[in-house]
Write a protein that binds this ligand. Structure first.
Ligand code: SF4
Length: 236
């Protein structure tokens, strides 16, 4: 894939229909809707990355949620995982607001970009290996275009393993064996690249207390330390 900018990639991504099962599912969910969102116009297409194209911090999730990003068209927006993520980003100074509502809410990220290895909502949040591999060029080309990237936050094992494959494909010297996934793990790579690992803020983790607000916030505070100081607050 060859795109001159993230905007070009995003425009092409929106037209992708490479995975028949996921195309059918994302469109079926968008047609049938959840009762509580019956009045919403679902996006029902591949979800682009979101944030600051000059970001040095890249957050890697898994895939859009059926009634979250597949509804709103913005990564991690419209579901409980996103509530956790944007609050943590705001507290660490990466977002100008603590919540993401939808594309017209004025939310902006500074120095951070949110992406995922699979761009269409998969049934049961489980893409197949073929689907993951079909979507990898979108994910990997997008990462290539984020020229300042140096800190990665992987939300869950799926994002971690996808990122690892990407780094390997770009010739980064990686430790072997791959470090075991765990919350709070930090991996230092050549050229001042850092990978931070976090449990995914899914309800499975947050409702059970496996992931607490404090644990999650600590990962973003750590990213802030690597990323540099918060931008100055604009004058009133
Ligand atoms: S998952 Fe990726 S490759 Fe498959 S249809 Fe969606 S955007 Fe295209």
């Amino acid at each position: 894939m060859d795109f001159a900018s993230i905007d070009e990639l995003t425009a092409a991504l929106a037209e992708c229909r490479r995975c028949p099962r996921l195309v059918e599912w994302r469109e079926q969910v968008a047609r049938d809707k959840r009762a509580s969102f019956a009045d919403d116009d679902y996006w029902g297409r591949p979800v682009p990355g979101f944030g600051d194209p000059a970001a040095n911090v890249v957050i890697v999730g898994l895939a859009p949620a059926a009634h979250g990003a597949n509804r709103t068209g913005r990564m991690f927006t419209g579901d409980r995982s996103g509530q956790w993520l944007f609050r943590a980003l705001h507290e660490a100074g990466f977002a100008n607001k603590p919540a993401s509502v939808g594309p017209t809410d004025g939310l902006a990220l500074d120095a951070a970009w949110i992406t995922a290895p699979v761009r269409c909502a998969p049934p049961a949040n489980k893409p197949t290996t073929d689907e993951r591999d079909s979507c990898a060029p979108w994910f990997e080309t997008e990462l290539d275009l984020l020229v300042n990237r140096s800190i990665y936050i992987c939300l869950g094992q799926y994002g971690y393993h996808s990122l690892w494959r990407y780094l390997g494909s770009r010739g980064v010297e990686l430790p072997r064996p791959r470090p075991k996934f765990g919350h709070g793990v930090e991996i230092s790579l050549p050229n001042n690249v850092t990978v931070l690992l976090s449990f995914h803020p899914s309800q499975q983790n947050t409702f059970t207390g496996k992931l607490t607000r404090e644990m999650f916030a600590a990962v973003f505070e750590r990213a802030r330390q690597f990323s540099g100081p918060c931008p100055p607050t604009p004058a009133p």
